[in-house]
Write a protein of this length. Structure first.
Length: 386
């Protein structure tokens, strides 16, 4: 389908595809098996200026938007979403600084991210605060010109590898969501340590670690926005980043579809290629249709965000919900087309199946996405029929 991408967008997409095919594909199985963080790929993305895609030009970036970010994530995830996550997770940790940072913070933190010299992470999830991000136990108490952080964050993408972290902590638990505050932390700060690296079903090349704060001193200048804005920053960040998760799911689905299509065209049973069997060809037709529908929804939502729309919670949630469900369905069908071979690690669809599952869970489970969509529908109805 023609999406009328600009020449710059086509160039960005092709560059990401080239890196994925030439640099990532030969190593994806090894990185998945050994759970190796892809620093060499990070360097390749940095040399290609792709970390600058989502950063304003005045801070060393290319000044593009969410659509261009999605194009890169999609192409990288088509080959390996685990490796792609080092890039996508950095965007998640950077958006809050772009949207809510003051000029001094932006000048300090955005240029090294744009150059790929430092990667970033976003930390809100805790053992008791998964889908319920209002239930924070990590605290930040003011002490003169400092805030003292204590607590633990769980399942943080790029944890331990990133140099820059946006962390949400409670500065006043009596205020509930209005008592949460966002802070910028740097790796190496006193009292900021890392716990275990998680062993995961999929996206195994991505580092997922605990963050541990034990009387961690953070200067008051590192507050994002102002005290009490942490919950708002979290919601806005997820609304902006969810099309990126959707693009990750889209890339996984596209990669699995391409593998299944090639296999069906060459695999012979009963004297003919299996693509000639209607059951297989119809499955492939459904896969292709679902993928294209997801792509339409993602690209249009990204364009909506980049146009300056003020409210896109519903569309962002729809992207993530639909694309991740498509990824799970397509990868399942891809394994079925491969038959017994698809269950083996010799073929990439097994890995894609494992990688797809997390897209239905992180940055808000798909059940939470349905809640968001339903709430927005009720708001829209109320506005039309007060």
């Amino acid at each position: 389908m023609e999406y009328f991408l600009t020449e710059e967008q086509k160039m960005i997409k092709e560059l990401a595809k080239k890196i994925a095919e030439e640099k990532i594909k030969p190593k994806r199985a090894e990185y998945d098996e050994n759970e190796t963080f892809p620093w060499d790929i990070v360097e390749e993305l940095a040399k290609a200026d792709l970390f600058g895609v989502f950063i304003p030009s005045e801070y060393g970036g290319l000044g593009c938007g969410v659509l261009e970010l999605c194009l890169v994530i999609e192409e990288l995830s088509r080959v390996c979403s685990g490796i792609a996550l080092s890039y996508a997770g950095t965007a998640l940790g950077t958006f809050p600084i772009i949207m809510f940072g003051n000029e001094e913070q932006k000048k300090k933190y955005l240029p090294p991210i744009a150059k790929g010299e430092k990667i970033a992470a976003f930390a809100v999830t805790e053992p008791e605060a998964g889908s319920d991000i209002t239930n924070l136990n990590t605290t930040a108490k003011k002490d003169g010109d400092w805030y003292i952080l204590n607590g633990t964050k769980q399942w943080i993408t790029n944890g331990g590898e990133a140099e820059i972290y946006v962390v949400i902590a409670s500065t006043d638990k009596t205020k509930g969501p209005r008592g949460a505050t966002a802070f910028i932390l740097e790796k190496g700060m006193d009292g900021f340590n890392f716990g275990k690296k998680e062993k995961k079903l999929g996206i195994r090349a991505s580092a997922t670690r605990e963050l541990i704060f034990e009387n961690c001193k953070v200067p008051k200048e590192n507050i994002l926005g102002r005290e009490g804005m942490g919950f708002l920053i979290t919601l806005k960040n997820f609304d902006t980043s969810r099309p990126g998760v959707a693009a990750q799911a889209l890339g996984i689905a596209q990669g699995a579809f391409e593998e299944a299509l090639k296999y069906a065209h060459t695999r012979k049973q009963f004297g003919q290629t299996i693509i000639s069997f209607q059951a297989v060809s119809h499955t492939l037709a459904d896969m292709a249709t679902q993928i294209e529908a997801a792509r339409c929804l993602i690209y249009q939502t990204a364009r909506m965000i980049d146009s300056g729309a003020k409210d896109f919670s519903k569309e962002s949630a729809m992207c993530k919900l639909f694309a991740s469900d498509v990824a799970m369905k397509v990868t399942t069908d891809a394994i079925q087309i491969f038959g017994g071979y698809g269950y083996m690690k010799d073929y990439p669809v097994e890995k894609m199946f494992r990688d797809a599952k997390i897209t239905q869970i992180y940055e808000g489970t798909n059940q939470i996405q349905r809640n968001i969509i339903a709430l927005e529908l009720i708001k829209e109805l109320t506005r039309k029929n007060p």
